[in-house]
Design a protein around this ligand. Structure first.
Ligand code: SAM
Length: 243
């Protein structure tokens, strides 16, 4: 694990238990928006014509407590979460248990972006996903392009990569233009201050995800409280597919 990833691990390990309450409003918005965009993201779900009777596997990388996993779990056969933080993975598995889906929603602690990934995570259980999702974490990765390349290898052909992240200031003409907020105490864990449509198209293409790129700015701001101040940020949702 690099020093930068270790800084992320430490920071998120500490806040894992309070994350769900602290970001409750943002989590609600992201969950609603993910559901709203479900058919925009993919047509392969357990309740759709092209997905029914199929085994639909989803990977949530840098999953935290698993908000996207919980939101999409009813529509997939299995959802696997990975995070560098042990405490986040504990939260992820606790949340799965609390809604009675721990048989199909399971989290593991690992840094899959590292060069020395444990052998067990190279097994078929951990590859051939129909969907890989990274929510509010791409800006925490040291090398976003390499991260997408590495995770794309776990997608099957036609598999969908979904990203939710902060809109960059340069991308602000697509939305509210408040993407470049202060990261405060988390600044040392952040590598990129948001991504524009062009950034995302390039990153996806650089990972070989050249099919059906889509990008939308979420009209609702994410609101949260930090250092006794109210903050809001504009986020986007994007997707592209393996040809
Ligand atoms: C802002 S939280 C987002 C959590 C969740 N995806 C969500 O949308 O609520 C960022 C997460 O990324 C994880 N993380 C940061 N760098 C990582 C890395 N290199 N590999 C795996 N997880 C990482 C952190 O531990 C943390 O749980």
């Amino acid at each position: 694990m690099t020093d930068f990833t270790e800084a992320n691990r430490k920071y998120f390990d500490k806040m894992a238990t309070e994350y769900k309450d602290r970001f409750a409003d943002s989590i609600k918005t992201l969950s609603e928006q993910t559901l709203k965009h479900r058919l925009w993201l993919s047509d392969q779900w357990l309740d759709t014509e092209s997905g029914k009777d199929k085994d639909i596997k989803m990977l949530e990388y840098a999953c935290g407590p698993g908000l996207i996993s919980m939101t999409l779990a009813p529509y997939v056969s299995q959802v696997i979460g990975f995070d560098v933080s042990d405490n986040m993975i504990d939260e992820f598995n606790r949340n799965a248990k609390s809604i009675d889906i721990s048989h199909k929603m399971i989290g593991y602690k690992a840094d899959l972006l590292n060069t020395s990934v444990p052998d067990e995570f190279a097994e078929p259980n951990f590859t051939d996903f129909n969907m890989v999702t990274v929510s509010m974490a791409l800006h925490h990765f040291e090398y976003p392009q390499e991260a997408l390349q590495t995770l794309t290898k776990r997608l099957n052909q036609n598999g969908v990569f979904m990203i939710i992240d902060i809109l960059s200031r340069s991308g602000s003409d697509h939305g509210h233009g408040e993407g470049n907020h202060e990261f405060g105490e988390a600044a040392h864990t952040v590598k990129t201050h948001g991504f524009s449509r062009e950034d995302m198209q390039k990153l996806f293409a650089g990972a070989g995800l050249t099919k059906d790129f889509k990008y939308e700015v979420i009209p609702e701001l994410l609101i949260f409280h930090k250092d006794e101040k109210k903050h809001n940020i504009t986020v986007f949702i994007a997707r592209a597919q393996r040809p």
